[in-house]
Design a protein around this ligand. Structure first.
Ligand code: ADP
Length: 405
């Protein structure tokens, strides 16, 4: 079975085509600047040079058409015709309380996703455009949706409710949902299989640290608490997002600086975090380089960032009454040995002994970065959200076809 994984944004669409026999990636790529005059399609067949084409792509249906054209192209394509695409899996950011797992797309599912537009106004409408665009191009092909929030639907009420009037939860579903669920689910399963222990027997803290960042406490194989909240702004300090702050700061700053709701939203989401404190960049590579050159603001940004990761690990160890294994993943978590060292150095009270050599080694494999004697293990686990979407899609479509036999 061949599964096409799609991550549709408002002006972009990323894709990967998997052959599920061996979970190999046949091709990947992206369409950028949808709706603008010079849209760019970049197609990357593994082992071959990437192909770029510039044209006018005004909406998502044409974008999907162009992706299919690339996949079946006699020169750069990887399949003979579009009938080889057996299923399409979509990443959807917000599943609210309606979706506790991945599902096959039906008219009812589309209606539910629409109802959630309010909770994820930047993401869910774009995902819906992706679903409709696939439907227009491949009407016979089953589609699935895999939600960033679904993994966290197991959180108990004391984790997900905010201590504000309950009427806001009842009326507007104001609560913690958590994000990066696909990644936390994937790396926790990878960690358990690497440790050769059942996931249900472990107390894990997974730290997904990329441009966006979140920590999750995983107990009995389930998400028990997570640092992102109703939106992906809460929790850790991030590249351009503030993470946690006193909520009273918001009305105070709006009043003093005469800011509108959208201006304050933009300040907290796009002009805060590493970027704001360093005055330099939201990219951890540039921050680390600047620290090497003696930049004090970059150092302060790094110290605040790592301090907050450590604080969440401490909090989640307390929340679960212990922790066996900590996992680092995503762009920064997988690649920045200095970040991992800075976080782990303050966790010796847990019985964590970092192994410098293991921490500095470069690898794309799952690996320990603690000493063999360390009571708490720390792993680096490369994440792969697209693969998990492809696996869920494969399983759901198989289940459906077996049920219809
Ligand atoms: P996203 O949240 O957009 O999926 P990623 O998980 O791809 O992001 O992470 C991207 C971030 O990873 C970049 O902004 C960069 O700061 C960081 N990164 C990538 N490589 C390194 C590295 N070698 N050292 C430090 N940070 C890195």
């Amino acid at each position: 079975m061949k599964v096409l994984v799609i991550n549709a944004g408002s002006s972009s669409l990323k894709y990967q085509l998997y052959d599920m026999r061996d979970e190999s990636v046949l091709a990947s790529g992206r369409v950028e600047r949808i709706g603008m005059d010079s849209s760019i399609v970049t197609h990357e067949p593994p082992g071959k040079p990437e192909v770029r084409s510039v044209s006018e792509i005004l909406e998502h249906t044409t974008a999907v058409r162009r992706v299919i054209d690339m996949l079946v192209d006699p020169n750069v394509g990887v399949i003979a015709n579009m009938n080889e695409i057996d299923a399409v899996g979509h990443r959807v950011v917000h599943g609210g309380e309606a979706f506790k797992q991945s599902v096959i797309v039906t008219p009812e599912v589309k209606l539910e996703i629409k109802k959630l537009f309010d909770l994820a106004p930047l993401h869910n409408p774009a995902h819906m455009m992706g679903i409709l665009a696939v439907e227009a191009n491949l009407p016979e092909v089953p589609q699935t949706v895999v939600f960033d929030t679904a993994f966290h639907q197991t959180m108990p009420r004391e984790s997900y409710l905010y201590p504000i009037p309950m009427v806001l939860y009842r009326r507007h579903k104001v609560r913690r949902y958590g994000f990066h669920g696909t990644s936390h689910a994937y790396v926790s399963a990878q960690a358990a299989s690497f440790l050769k222990q059942p996931l249900e027997s472990l107390k894990l803290i997974t730290c997904h640290i990329g441009n966006g960042a979140s920590c999750t406490a995983i107990k009995d194989g389930k998400s028990f608490d997570t640092s992102m909240g109703m939106t992906p702004l809460e929790g850790l300090m991030m590249g351009t997002r503030s993470g946690d702050l006193d909520p009273a700061v918001v009305p105070f700053v709006m009043n003093k600086e005469d800011l509108s709701v959208s201006e304050v939203n933009s300040m907290l989401n796009k002009h805060s975090g590493l970027q704001a404190i360093s005055g330099l960049s939201s990219d951890m590579r540039e921050i680390t380089e600047a620290i090497g050159e003696g930049d004090k603001n970059a150092k302060l940004a790094f110290d605040m960032y790592t301090y907050r990761v450590r604080k969440y690990i401490g909090a989640y160890a307390a929340a679960m009454n212990g922790v066996d294994t900590i996992v680092f993943t995503a762009g920064v978590g997988e690649n920045s040995s200095v970040l991992r060292k800075a976080v782990c150095e303050g966790l010796t009270f847990l019985g964590l002994e970092l192994d410098e050599e293991r921490n500095n080694a470069r690898s794309k494999e799952v690996r320990f970065i603690t000493k063999d004697t360390s009571r708490v293990k720390v792993l680096v686990v490369p994440t792969n959200e697209e693969l998990l979407i492809a696996r869920d899609t494969y399983a759901l479509v198989n289940e459906q076809s077996e049920a219809s036999l």
